[in-house]
Design a protein around this ligand. Structure first.
Ligand code: GLC
Ligand code: GLC
Length: 652
C-alpha cells in the first residue's frame, strides 16, 4: 500500500542507510520492503511512535533487516523464492514432525545427524530440536533460560555441528525447527549482568523496580506459572538492588518490549537463526510478550502487534521462514496468534493445538467424547493459510485449560471434573491405569497440571509392572488411537520423541537437585538405542507401536484430504464414546474421509444413519484406509473395536 507518511519515512531511511548496506544488490529486499513497509511503519508507530527517538529506531530496524538479508546464504534466498511461489507448501498432509531434545535423543547435535535415517524410517520430515542456545549449567529450564542467543550450548555441540546438521536435513528434505525464547533471558545473559552492574540502558531491557509498589499492583491480576518452584512474578536481585519481573522461574527475566531496542535485538536474533538454516522458528511463550498493570499480562493486544511486526519484518528478510506460536491459552485466545488477516495482519503460520491435546486426554480418562465434541465445536475457526500443530504429548505439562462453560455443557461440574482428571492421571482414581505426576499445584487456587510420558499416562507402565497382557494391549491401542487423531484432524502432527517406542516415565531427574522440583523432567527421556532395536522384533511393545505409527504416517501422507484447508466437519453422533469427523476436498466433492475414534475399551456401534452421506456410508461400502480392511457392519451399524479408530474412505 502506498501512503505518503510511511513512504517519505522510507525514503529518508533509504537515504540514510550506511554505504556498506546501500552498495549491495538488494533487489528482492527492496521489493519486499516496499510492499511491507506501510504495515511495518504503522505497527512500529503504534508501539513506539510516542518516543523522541522513533525515526532513529525505525532506521535501525530497517538496517537490521537489510544486514541479515545480506548475510542470508544464497541457498536459503533461493528457497525463499520457491516458497513465495508455493506459499501453501506447509499445509500439505505430507509433513509429519517430531520434537526432541538433542541430548536426550542422541547425545548431541552430531548424534542427531547420525540418526537422520531413523526419522526417515518412521516417516518424520520435520524435526523440532529443542533449545540449543547457551544456557547456565543448572538454572536452564531445559534450555529455555538462554544466556547467549548467538551461541550453541557446548553440551549439545557447536555452530559447525548445526550447519552440518541443517545441510544434511535439507538434502533429505527434513525441515528444521529451532526455538527462539523471545519472552525472557537467563539472569546470566550479558544484558542481565549489565543491568545488575547498574547500567541503566540494560535495566531498561527488563522490568525492574526499586520498590514493591509497582510489582504489587501487577501481582493483583497476574497468575503464577510455576507456583511451587517459583511463586510470584517478581524476584529481588541483591546485586542490582531492584526487583525484576520473572514470570516463569526466578532466574528467567522478562524482556521489556515497550523498549524498541529490545524488539530490534530480538528480531535480529530471529533472523540470525533463520540464516543458520531454520525453516521454522518456534517463538516461545508469546502470550506473555506485553505486560500491563491491571491485566493478567497474557494475550494483550500489543503482544499481537509485536508478533505481526516480527512477521512483517521476517517476510522482508527471510520470507520462506515460518513461525510457530507457543501460546498455551484459552481456545478463543489461541486462534488470534494466527493473526487477523492472512495478508495485512498475519502473525504466526502455526500454533500448538493445546485445546485438542487436553480434550483428547479428557476423552481417554472419561472413556467418552462428550467434552471433546463440545470443545471442538467451540474451537474458533482459524485463518486460512495457517495450520495447527497437533500433538498428544510434548516436553511440558498437560494443562486442563478447557472452557468452564464447555465442561458444564458436557454435563460435568468444572471443579470436580478437573479434580477427577488430576486423580485419574496420577493414578489415585480407582480403576485408573495412568501413572502421571502432579505439576504446578497451586495451593491458593487449587489448580494443578499433569506430567508423565504418553505411555505411562496411557497405562503402559502399569500394564508392564503388573505383567498384564490385556492391559498392555489396551495401553498400546490408546497410544495409537491418540496418534490417529492428531494425524487426521487437520494440521501438522508433532510426535514427541520416545513416544514412538513407548517410553515410560523416567524418574532419574529426582537425583539432580536442579531438576528434582520440576516433574516435567519425568517425560524428557534419554533414548536407549540398543533397546530401540526392539522396534524390529515382532511381538515387542516397541515393534507394536513403532510399526503401527510408521504405517499411519505413510497412509496419512497419501490422503490428500488430510491437508489443512479448514476442510473438516465435526459430526455429532448418538454414541457418546465415539468422536467422529469428516475430512473433505474443497474442489472434488467425491473425496471424503470419515474419521471415527472409540475412546471406550468395549466395541461401540456407530449408527450409519447418524453420519449422513459421508464417504459412501449410505451404501455401507467403506474401507479403512489405515488397515485396508472393510469394517464390520451389522444391521446398519458399524462396529468400532475398543480403543479403535477408522479412517474410512469410499470403497473405490
Ligand atoms: C515454554 C516452554 C517451557 C518453558 C517456558 C518458559 O512454555 O515450552 O518448557 O518452561 O516456556 O521458558
Ligand atoms: C504455561 C505457559 C506455557 C508454558 C507452560 C510451562 O502453561 O502458558 O507457555 O509452556 O506454562 O509449564
Amino acid at each position: 500500500m502506498y501512503e505518503q507518511v510511511s513512504h517519505s519515512l522510507l525514503n529518508d531511511i533509504l537515504n540514510n542507510l550506511r554505504t556498506d548496506i546501500s552498495k549491495q544488490d538488494l533487489r528482492h529486499f527492496y521489493t519486499r520492503l516496499g510492499s511491507n513497509f506501510y504495515a511495518i511503519h504503522s505497527l512500529f508507530d503504534r508501539l513506539y511512535g510516542h518516543r523522541d527517538d522513533f525515526e532513529a529506531q525505525a532506521l535501525r530496524l530497517v538496517e537490521t533487516m537489510a544486514r541479515q538479508y545480506i548475510n542470508r546464504p544464497d541457498q536459503l534466498q533461493q528457497l525463499d523464492i520457491e516458497r513465495e511461489k508455493d506459499h501453501n507448501w506447509f499445509l500439505s498432509q505430507k509433513w509429519v514432525g517430531m520434537a526432541l531434545y538433542s541430548n536426550g535423543f542422541a547425545g548431541n547435535l552430531k548424534g542427531v545427524r547420525e540418526h537422520l535415517g531413523y526419522f526417515q524410517e518412521l516417516g518424520i520430515n520435520l524435526a523440532h530440536i529443542m533449545p540449543i542456545m547457551r544456557c547456565p549449567e543448572g538454572h536452564s529450564d531445559g534450555g529455555y533460560a538462554v544466556s547467549d542467543f548467538r551461541e550453541i550450548d557446548p553440551r549439545v555441540g557447536s555452530m559447525e555441528d548445526l550447519t552440518a546438521l541443517a545441510n544434511d536435513m535439507r538434502a533429505r528434505e527434513i525441515l528444521l525447527v529451532l526455538d527462539v525464547v523471545v519472552n525472557h533471558t537467563s539472569n546470566e545473559h550479558d544484558w542481565a549482568q549489565r543491568a545488575r552492574a547498574g547500567e541503566a540502558v540494560y535495566q531498561d531491557y527488563y522490568y525492574t523496580f526499586e520498590t514493591r509498589n509497582v510489582p504489587d499492583m501487577f501481582e493483583q491480576n497476574m497468575p503464577e506459572i510455576f507456583p511451587e518452584t517459583s511463586p510470584g512474578n517478581f524476584t529481588w536481585d541483591d546485586e542490582m538492588g531492584r526487583w525484576v519481573m520473572t514470570v516463569f522461574n526466578n532466574y528467567q527475566w522478562d524482556l521489556n518490549y515497550s523498549n524498541p531496542t529490545v524488539f530490534i535485538e530480538m528480531l535480529d536474533i530471529i533472523l540470525y537463526w533463520a540464516n543458520k538454516g531454520a525453516d521454522i522458528l518456534r517463538l516461545d511463550a508469546v502470550a506473555f510478550l506485553w505486560k500491563k498493570i491491571g491485566s493478567t499480562c497474557q494475550n494483550e493486544r500489543e503482544a499481537h502487534l509485536i508478533l505481526q511486526l516480527m512477521k512483517d519484518c521476517c517476510q522482508v528478510t527471510a520470507p520462506g521462514v515460518l513461525f510457530i506460536a507457543e501460546a498455551i491459552v484459552a481456545p478463543v485466545e489461541v486462534t488470534k496468534y494466527f493473526g487477523e488477516d492472512a495478508v495485512i495482519a498475519k502473525e504466526c503460520e502455526m500454533a500448538y493445538n493445546a485445546t485438542f491435546m487436553a480434550l483428547l486426554w479428557d476423552a481417554v480418562a472419561t472413556k467418552n467424547a462428550n467434552l471433546l465434541n463440545q470443545g471442538i465445536k467451540n474451537l474458533p475457526v482459524k485463518l486460512e493459510r495457517a495450520t495447527w500443530l497437533n500433538y498428544v504429548r510434548c516436553h511440558d505439562d498437560i494443562g486442563l485449560g478447557f472452557d468452564d462453560n464447555d465442561i458444564q455443557l458436557a454435563g460435568y461440574e468444572s471443579n470436580s471434573h478437573r479434580k477427577f482428571l488430576i486423580d485419574y492421571y496420577t493414578g489415585s482414581f480407582t480403576s485408573s491405569h495412568a501413572r502421571g505426576l502432579v505439576f504446578g499445584h497451586n495451593e491458593k487456587t487449587g489448580d494443578a497440571r499433569i506430567s508423565g510420558s504418553l505411555a505411562s499416562l496411557a497405562g503402559l507402565q502399569y500394564a508392564l509392572e503388573e505383567n498384564d497382557p490385556r492391559a498392555t494391549d489396551e495401553a498400546i491401542e490408546t497410544i495409537l488411537l491418540l496418534h490417529s487423531m492428531i494425524m487426521s484432524f487437520g494440521g501438522m502432527p508433532l510426535l514427541y520423541y520416545g513416544d514412538e517406542l513407548g517410553k515410560l516415565n523416567d524418574t532419574s531427574y529426582l537425583d539432580d537437585p536442579h531438576k528434582a522440583g520440576d516433574s516435567r523432567w519425568v517425560h524428557r527421556p534419554v533414548i536407549d538405542w540398543e533397546k530401540a532395536e526392539n522396534r524390529n522384533i515382532p511381538g515387542t511393545v516397541e515393534y507394536k507401536i513403532f510399526s503401527a505409527l510408521k504405517r499411519m504416517i505413510a497412509v496419512r501422507k497419501e490422503i490428500e484430504v488430510f491437508a489443512d484447508f479448514n476442510n473438516r466437519e465435526l459430526i455429532e453422533v448418538e454414541n457418546p464414546h465415539l468422536f467422529v469427523f469428516g475430512r473433505y476436498n474443497l474442489n472434488k466433492q467425491a473425496e471424503q474421509v470419515l474419521v471415527v475414534g472409540n475412546f471406550d475399551g468395549r466395541p461401540q456401534n456407530l449408527n450409519l444413519s447418524d453420519v449422513g452421506n459421508w464417504a459412501g456410508s449410505q451404501y455401507g461400502q467403506m474401507t479403512d484406509l489405515y488397515s485396508g480392511q472393510s469394517p464390520d457392519i451389522f444391521k446398519g451399524t458399524l462396529v468400532v473395536p475398543g480403543f479403535g479408530f477408522y479412517w474410512l474412505g469410499e470403497t473405490g
